[in-house]
Ligand binder design. Structure first.
Ligand SMILES: [Zn+2]
Length: 78
């Protein structure tokens, strides 16, 4: 078992134990991928940490996520 280096410890402390903060910009940029992973049944939360938390706390991105999800689901049914 390897010990974390001092740099790794510093980064971990700076980022904190919780998921990293995601900005609306990042959220919009990654939302396509997030929804695709969701629909594929993959672990979207693990692939894009912090995004689910942002979607829950941000009404604008939440709405965008809902409409994108609905859109892709419709397309998938064709
Ligand atoms: Zn947002």
């Amino acid at each position: 078992m390897t010990q974390p280096t001092s740099t790794e410890r510093l980064v971990a402390r700076l980022l904190g134990p919780a998921a990293p903060e995601v900005s609306c910009e990042t959220c919009f940029a990654e939302l396509d991928r997030y929804v695709e992973l969701e629909l594929a049944g993959a672990d979207a939360d693990a692939a894009l940490p912090g995004l689910a938390a942002h979607l829950q706390g941000c009404p604008a991105c939440h709405e965008e996520h809902e409409s994108l999800l609905a859109l892709l689901r419709e397309q998938g049914l064709e």
